[in-house]
Design a protein around this ligand. Structure first.
Ligand SMILES: Cc1cc2nc3c(=O)[nH]c(=O)nc-3n(C[C@H](O)[C@H](O)[C@H](O)COP(=O)(O)OP(=O)(O)OC[C@H]3O[C@@H](n4cnc5c(N)ncnc54)[C@H](O)[C@@H]3O)c2cc1C
Length: 397
């Protein structure tokens, strides 16, 4: 860790040391850019896909955490601070502790829940009956609520706007249903899923894979649903469902909030009108107006749903294109919007929904039926991917 002097400069400035920032910085350094700086305020790095398993009581927050200094790529400088403003014309970033000049900047600052969008949602999260796996602080509470529910109504929401792996709320829903079934209380619990999609998942082959499990657990699916407000005191959720206003009581609510990117992106005029997300060309990951600005991961508007699994491709493509442009060439690599949502349908079985920007299946694991719930995919998601994350993905390999 280095304290930032009031003014310093770097060749490539990477804003955010999460999955995107660390993998990208490692790649750029390996490709010969020796002066790469990451700005990241946090001291602890999290493998966030594990949040679903923390919420299901199968992993702990400790198991998904490493000290940030241990995941910093060798040879890359870390400024432990927060970017407050960007001036993309002067090519400077303002941090709490000073300014950094750069030649290229890559926005990898992720996104955060927009609690203001749904009135009452923040109050509900602070109350005794609602939680979300979308924050490290609340995921352990999800498990406490699931563990303690014996009867009543459980609601699970899917965001009707951008969020990391938006359909991941189904993973905790199925794991909760499986847990209640094993405990013999499922018949006393009514489960409802609210999703903005027209079908369960919104991709025909994935729908076919999940529908038998929806039936098995007796889950009611409300499609074309948007959460409008939550009354935490009365434990009621207000939603529009297929154009009709609905009020739904709950004893347990797992809410997946719509997210927004950091405000300084739009303040620097780097977001499209009406959006908070970095307005890059979704195929090249270069900003549409400013060639020295790049973005990938959850903070970028990429016309696909974001996920950690998408970042291997994105960071590879971005690094290649940044070097091509420095060479005076046009970008040479293109991102097809590949993304992935692993859905665990019961303890011990999962499917892997991999698809592209056109919502077409885009399987990457040969010879494995990815939409047939299997022990292999469960093991892959729970055991193999976390190891791969710490040892391979964060090294930009
Ligand atoms: C509950 C949950 C389950 C998920 N499950 C899966 C899954 O099963 N499979 C999958 O592929 N993906 C999954 N994801 C998605 C995956 O975790 C994200 O897509 C991935 O972490 C995005 O990486 P990122 O680097 O873009 O953002 P982040 O990981 O959020 O990192 C952004 C970083 O930027 C930093 N930052 C923010 N603001 C600033 C600033 N102003 N200055 C400097 N730094 C800043 C933050 O501190 C943070 O460290 C899940 C996500 C959640 C929340």
């Amino acid at each position: 860790m280095h304290d930032a002097p009031t003014e310093q400069s770097t060749d490539v400035l990477v804003i955010g040391g999460g999955n995107a920032g660390i993998s990208l910085a490692a790649r750029l350094h390996r490709k010969g850019i020796t002066d790469v700086t990451i700005v990241e305020p946090k001291s602890t790095h999290h493998y966030r896909p594990m949040l679903s398993y923390v919420g299901a009581g199968l992993n702990t927050v400790e198991e998904m955490s490493r000290p940030q200094h241990r995941v910093m790529p060798r040879g890359v400088r870390w400024i432990q601070d927060r970017v407050q403003a960007l001036d993309p014309v002067a090519r400077t970033a303002t941090l709490s502790s000073g300014r950094v000049r750069y030649r290229d900047v890559v926005i990898c600052a992720g996104s955060a829940p927009d609690w203001d969008l749904v009135p009452g949602s923040a109050e509900a999260m602070a109350g005794p009956s609602a939680s979300t796996n979308y924050t490290v602080e609340l995921a352990p509470k999800t498990w406490e609520l699931i563990r303690d529910l014996r009867r009543g109504t459980a609601l699970f929401t899917i965001p009707d706007g951008p969020a990391p792996t938006p359909q991941i709320g189904q993973k905790i829903m199925f794991l909760a249903a499986d847990y209640w079934q094993r405990r013999g209380v499922l018949q006393d619990i009514e489960i409802t899923l609210l999703t903005p999609t027209a079908t369960v998942f919104g991709q025909p082959a994935v729908d076919r894979a999940l529908e038998p499990w929806i039936e098995r657990y007796g889950i009611t699916v409300l499609t074309s649903a948007q959460v409008r407000s939550i009354d935490a005191g009365a434990r009621r959720l207000h939603a529009m469902v297929a154009g009709q206003a609905r009020e739904l009581p709950y004893d347990l609510l797992h809410h997946s909030p719509v997210h927004r990117a950091p405000d300084w992106i739009a303040a620097a005029q780097l977001a499209a009108a009406g959006s908070s997300y970095a307005d890059v060309d979704p195929r090249t990951l270069q900003h549409r107006e400013l060639p020295h600005v790049w973005a990938c991961g959850d903070a970028a508007a990429l016309e696909t749903t974001s996920s950690g699994g998408a970042l291997r491709q994105q960071t590879k493509i971005l690094a290649e294109n940044l070097l091509a442009v420095r060479d005076g060439r046009e970008p040479t690599a293109f991102y097809d919007g590949y993304t992935v949502t692993p859905v665990t349908v019961q303890r011990g079985r999962a499917v892997f929904a991999e698809f592209d920007r056109d919502n077409e299946l885009a399987p990457t694991i040969p010879r494995v039926p990815l939409l047939a719930p299997s022990r292999l995919l469960w093991f892959f998601d729970l055991e193999v991917l976390p190891r791969d994350y710490w040892n391979v993905i964060l090294r930009g390999l």
